[in-house]
Each structure stands twice: as structure tokens, then as C-alpha cells.
Design a protein around this ligand. Structure first.
Ligand SMILES: Nc1ncnc2c1ncn2[C@@H]1O[C@H](COP(=O)(O)OP(=O)(O)OP(=O)(O)O)[C@@H](O)[C@H]1O
Ligand SMILES: [Mg+2]
Length: 431
């Protein structure tokens, strides 16, 4: 069964048509065509049998001349008597000829004398020779007298009209399927976080239009929801940050005591958390897709590695320009590679295109993440214990932001074991 809707619908149209035509053609050939030919052949043979009887009953020259005249005028059979030479050898039988077969059968059945027929030679005329007692009777009959000859025209009409029907069906199907394809394209590009094709409008059959409309409404709802959530997050973080700043100021003014220091640290942690929230919210703001230069980014990265005294190796195969939302994608890579820089010494970043996706693999030789925690670390504010001990800064939002961005592009991030010994992060987004 073909995969495409178009091919499938064509089969749904064509298969019954072919079946119907085969049945009709078979029944028609079998019953009608053969039957009519048989009846016609029977009638011609009957006439010939009558002529033979007459010739044998009235064997005088002038009587035979009368018989010949009557046969010519009334029966449309041109006959003459030939000397009793032996009949010629049977002509080669045509491969498929109903006429030859039925006529031979009828002559054998009704006349039962040696005979010779030629249904092939002259196209419109059939020649029959029959051995009589002391002569040979030669009969010329019109082919159409003995044969239902316009059958092929019927078949031609049948095949012709079905071809016309098929052409019409193809044209209509194409028009019906186009709106479905457009809907699929629009949904696909929405899934990849790209703008919808500008000319998208629900079209076509009612069901397809309904699906298109539902899609548009769903898209608007999702966008509104994201907008609302982002606005709230930004608002709350912002307000709290203002209060926190005031709080910090008051702490600084208060008289220095031992327990204030701990309080100060908590306030600082809270501030960092709010910053994290804000940057998370910023990532949600829809940005237009554009071109992101991987080579330039890698250059910047090399500089950063040098400053942070990390060993970095980058490789890029395929186009340097990726079609993504540049700022968001930059943040995604910063978060993942930033983690590698933070938790490891040697980092290897590889970018390549495979199966319609841009695949960026980030390997490091750090402590890695045990397989059972690899899903867990993607949750907001999750930091593993050793990371917390190693390094106080960081909120645990990095991976969740990164995955969010990858998914909004229609891609994802996977964590695996790295051949370098640490963690491997595989970022995959549609190219
Ligand atoms: N390359 C890595 N090697 C080992 N552990 C990692 C690596 N990347 C992330 N982790 C672990 O996953 C946790 C979550 O990472 P995530 O990037 O979300 O937060 P973070 O780096 O701690 O803080 P932030 O990125 O918000 O500054 C980290 O705390 C760390 O324990
Ligand atoms: Mg991080």
C-alpha cells in the first residue's frame, strides 16, 4: 500500500473501476459477443445448407442458375460451383478468432461435409468451400453477416470513457489534497517554532477547513498562554527583585552581627534565583528565525576557552549557517557548553547535519551524570550535590532553559556517556 494520501485515493478510485470493467468485459465477451456471433454464424450456415439442398434437388444448369440468383438477391451470399478439385489445405488459423471457430463448428454440425474456410484473407469477406458430390460449392459472405463485428468499439468506448473519468478524478483529487498538505506544512513549521506560511488559510472540504481552523485557534491559544506565563514570571521576578534590593540595603545598614552574614547569603541566593527566572522568561519571548553563524560562534568559544584555561576542540561539517532563532540558540549553546567548561577540563564540540537535522554534540571529561539522573537534571532548579559543593553560583536552570529552546525549535537535547569519560550532550534541531 503506498504511503501518500494522493496515491491511496487514486487507488480507491481506480481499483473499483478496473474491477467493474473487467467483470463487464468478461461477461460481455463471454455471453453477448459469443452468443451473437454464434447466432449469426448459425443463420449463415443454415442458408448455405438450404442452398446445398436446393442444388442437389434441382441439379439442372438453369435451375442452378436460378438458385444462384436467389442466393445473391435474397440471402446476400455470392455462390458458384467449381469443378470437384480437392479442397486446398486448411489455412493457418488465426490466434484468436471467435468467427473461425464458431463457423467451423456450425458447418460441421449442420452440413457435415468436407469444407474449407478462410476468415483471414480478405478482411470484409469470408470464403467458404464445401465439397459436394460432384462439384465444390464456393460461397462468399460478408464478414458482418456471420460475426458481431462492432464489439471492439464497445470496449474502446469503455476504456476511453474510463480514461476520461480518471483524468477528471486526478484533477479533482489534487485540489482536494492540496489544503491537507498546506495544513500539514503549517503545523510542521509551527512545531519547529518558525512562522506559519503567510498564505495559510483554511480551505478545501469542510472537514479539512475545520481542522485548519482548529489548528489556527490552537496556535493562538498556545501563543497567548506562553505570553501570559512569561508576563507573569517577569512581573513577579521583577517585583521581588526590587524588594530584595531594598532588603539587602537594609541588611548592609544594620549593625554587623554573626547571624546577619548567613541572612545575607540567603538574600544573594534568592537574587540569583530571580535572575534565573528572568532569563528563563526572556527565552520564552518569541524571536524571529534567522541565520546563526556556527563558525563565528566557535571562534568566540575558542577565545572563552583560552580565558578559562580549558582545552577545546571544535569541528564543523556542512553549512556554517543554521536557520534558527539566533539569540535563543546562542543561549542554548552557552548553557550546554558553559556546563562543560564549568564541570570539565577538556571539551569537544562537533556540529554536523544528518537526516534533515543539525546535530551538535558536546563531549567533556568531567564527572558526568549517572544515567538515572539524566532526566532529572533537566528540571528547573535541579543541581546535583557535587556541583553544589564545587561551585556556589548557578541556579540549576541552565539545562531546563536549553531543553525548552531546543524543543521550541522542534528538536531536543539528550544526555549520554561521552567517549572522553564525562558527559555527552546531543543537541538536535531540524535544519
Ligand atoms: N557537563 C556536565 N558534567 C557534569 N554534570 C553536569 C554537566 N552539566 C550539568 N551537570 C549537572 O546538572 C546540573 C544541572 O545543570 P544546569 O545547567 O541546569 O544547572 P547549573 O549549571 O548547576 O546552573 P546554571 O546553569 O543555572 O548556572 C548541574 O548542577 C550539574 O550537577
Ligand atoms: Mg549550567
Amino acid at each position: 500500500m503506498p504511503k501518500r494520501l494522493y496515491a491511496r485515493s487514486l487507488i480507491i478510485v481506480i481499483a473499483p473501476m478496473i474491477l467493474l470493467q473487467s467483470v463487464i468485459a468478461f461477461v460481455f465477451m463471454e455471453r453477448h459477443w459469443q452468443m451473437v456471433t454464434q447466432r449469426l454464424s448459425q443463420a449463415v450456415t443454415r442458408d448455405i445448407a438450404a442452398i446445398i439442398d436446393m442444388i442437389e434437388t434441382y441439379p439442372q444448369e438453369e435451375e442452378i442458375a436460378q438458385v444462384i440468383r436467389i442466393a445473391q438477391e435474397r440471402l446476400a451470399l455470392k455462390i458458384d460451383l467449381m469443378p470437384p478439385d480437392p479442397l486446398p489445405a486448411p489455412a493457418p488459423k488465426p490466434f484468436f478468432s471467435i468467427l473461425d471457430q464458431t463457423l467451423s463448428e456450425e458447418i460441421t454440425r449442420q452440413i457435415n461435409r468436407p469444407f474449407w474456410i478462410d476468415t483471414v484473407g480478405n478482411s470484409n469477406i469470408v470464403e467458404i468451400r464445401i465439397q459436394l458430390e460432384n462439384s465444390v460449392l464456393r460461397v462468399f459472405a460478408r464478414r458482418s453477416q456471420a460475426y458481431a463485428s462492432n464489439t471492439h468499439i464497445f470496449l474502446l468506448w469503455m476504456v476511453g470513457t474510463s480514461l476520461v473519468l480518471l483524468t477528471i478524478a486526478i484533477a479533482f483529487l489534487r485540489n482536494q489534497i492540496r489544503p491537507i498538505l498546506q495544513l500539514a506544512e503549517a503545523a510542521e513549521s509551527f512545531g519547529k517554532g518558525r512562522p506559519m506560511p503567510s498564505d495559510f488559510r483554511p480551505r478545501g472540504a469542510e472537514e479539512v477547513r475545520r481542522a485548519g481552523l482548529a489548528f489556527i485557534q490552537m496556535r493562538e491559544r498556545i501563543e497567548k498562554q506562553i505570553e501570559q506565563r512569561t508576563a507573569m514570571l517577569t512581573g513577579v521576578s521583577h517585583d521581588l527583585r526590587t524588594i530584595l534590593t531594598r532588603f539587602k540595603l537594609q541588611l548592609a545598614l544594620a549593625s554587623p552581627k554573626a547571624d546577619i552574614e548567613a541572612l545575607d547569603q540567603d538574600v544573594e541566593d534568592m537574587r540569583l534565583m530571580l535572575e534565573g527566572y528572568l532569563s528563563f522568561a526572556r527565552g520564552e519571548v518569541m524571536e524571529d528565525p534567522g541565520s546563526f553563524d556556527l563558525a563565528a560562534y566557535f571562534e568566540k568559544l575558542t577565545e572563552e576557552a583560552r580565558l578559562r584555561k580549558r582545552k577545546l576542540r571544535t569541528s564543523l561539517s556542512g553549512s556554517s549557517k543554521a536557520y534558527v532563532r539566533p539569540n535563543a540558540f546562542n543561549r542554548l549553546l552557552d548553557n550546554i557548553i558553559g556546563n562543560a567548561f564549568r564541570y570539565a577540563k577538556n571539551v569537544h564540540v562537533d556540529a554536523r547535519y544528518s537526516m534533515g537535522s543539525l546535530v551538535i554534540t558536546v563531549d567533556d571529561d568531567g564527572p558526568g551524570i549517572p544515567p538515572e539522573k539524566r532526566e532529572h537534571v533537566f528540571k528547573p532548579f535541579v543541581r546535583l550535590d557535587d556541583a553544589r559543593n564545587q561551585d556556589k553560583s548557578g541556579t540549576g536552570l541552565g539545562l531546563s532553559i536549553a531543553r525548552d529552546i531546543a524543543r521550541s525549535h522542534g528538536g531536543d537535547i539528550m544526555l549520554e556517556d561521552s567517549p572522553l569519560g564525562g558527559l555527552r550532550a546531543v543537541i538536535r534541531v531540524p535544519a
